[in-house]
Ligand binder design. Structure first.
Ligand code: HEC
Length: 121
């Protein structure tokens, strides 16, 4: 059997493979998964010292659990991002350490954890 691929055909295969690979790379679920692990890492690096497991070792009634967040009026990812950036009360802001979009990414992760009562999974 003789293989007789024309250049055109090879080019088409390469294009198809490229499209499949790139659609996999930019798939929204992959971006979501990536953001999730970045969020978790930012949290571990910059927040968990005081907010271990979503608690608060300094102010017991200002945890990252949904009941406290709601009571204290910080009940959206955006509101958490603002606290992460600028701080609140006796907590400093972490704008520089979190980097561009880091505030939002870590806030989304925290918000998701708060919805799941900080139980892993
Ligand atoms: C050095 C300790 C410390 C670190 C590190 C820290 N926090 Fe805090 N956080 C606090 C304290 C203390 C408060 C309560 C501040 C107040 O109201 O006086 C607080 C409050 C908060 C609140 C409001 C919670 C509520 O129920 O009212 C959010 C949201 C929050 N922190 C997010 C973060 C995020 C996000 C990070 C990491 C980027 C972070 N914190 C890092 C000490 C810390």
């Amino acid at each position: 059997m003789k293989l007789n691929f024309s250049n055109k055909r090879i080019f088409r295969y390469i294009t198809i493979i490229f499209l499949i690979l790139s659609s996999f790379l930019i798939h929204p679920n992959r971006i979501k998964a990536l953001d999730k692990s970045i969020g978790e890492n930012l949290f571990i690096q910059h927040c968990s010292g005081c907010h271990v497991k979503g608690g608060n070792i300094i102010r017991r009634n200002k945890t990252l659990k949904i009941s406290d967040l709601k009571r204290n009026g910080i009940d959206s990812p955006e509101a958490i991002a603002k606290v992460a950036r600028l701080g609140i009360g006796s907590m400093n802001g972490y704008k520089e350490l979190l980097g561009e979009k880091g505030d939002q990414i870590v806030a989304n992760w925290i918000w998701e954890q708060s919805q799941k009562a900080w139980v892993q999974g």
